[in-house]
Design a protein around this ligand. Structure first.
Ligand code: SF4
Length: 210
């Protein structure tokens, strides 16, 4: 018998486009960025900030490979743990892909770790991005993910984030909303946070900003 379909469990034909985890972060940051990405593809300049971000990630990866898991307070828990860096993830079931900075595995659990280049506490958009990674990690390792970490590169602080059912629900709903927006080709409203527009690579396309 065919299973029941809900908006949170769409049939494969509705899994278009294949989304990236970064899309989930952008959804919380400014939905209009997703419109420009999927409905009005424009050549995206490589900005100084992007290049700096890549270099900072590489430096952290080198450091992480040498240091213990103390900053994650995982040393005494759960037996031997392994780390993998730059893990490519793809789920056909979710229509979602991503490149995860680090994953920590043990017999008992799998923990996604995302590095961020800003010093403050993780915002909601970072938490939803981590949740999207958690969904992908669950698919690949076939183990439930209870928590993840967001590691702030400038402060060297690792923030433990519990992956809650409501965060999972938000991410699944967001994927449905993004696909609906792409299908309808409707430009969403600009973000309410005008400060986000200052460095935005799409500012020249937003006539109501700038
Ligand atoms: S300029 Fe502002 S409103 Fe336009 S896409 Fe960028 S962040 Fe969004």
């Amino acid at each position: 018998m065919e299973g029941t379909r809900s908006p949170l469990n769409p049939p494969p034909s509705t899994l278009y486009p294949i989304l990236t985890v970064t899309d989930l972060k952008q959804f919380g940051y400014c939905q209009r960025i997703l419109y420009f990405t999927y409905c009005m593809p424009v050549k995206r300049p490589t900005t100084y900030k992007m290049e700096e971000g890549k270099l900072a990630h590489q430096r952290v990866e080198d450091l992480e490979a040498r240091r213990s898991l103390k900053s994650y307070r995982l040393d005494e828990e759960g037996g031997p743990r392994e780390r993998q860096f730059n893990v490519r993830l793809y789920s056909e079931r979710l229509g979602l892909s991503g490149l995860l900075d680090m994953v920590i595995t043990s017999r008992e659990e799998v923990i996604p770790v995302d590095f961020k280049n800003s010093p403050g506490l993780p915002g909601l958009n970072h938490k939803y991005q981590l949740t999207a990674y958690a969904l992908l990690v669950e698919d690949k390792w076939d183990k439930p993910v209870r928590r993840g970490f967001i590691h702030a590169i400038p402060t060297k602080r690792s923030h433990e984030i519990t992956i809650t059912p409501s965060m999972r629900g938000f991410v699944r709903d967001a994927m449905v909303a993004i696909r609906q927006m792409v299908a309808a080709e409707t430009m969403p409203a600009a973000t309410r946070h005008k400060g986000r527009c200052v460095d935005c690579e799409f500012l020249r396309f937003c006539n109501d900003r700038g």
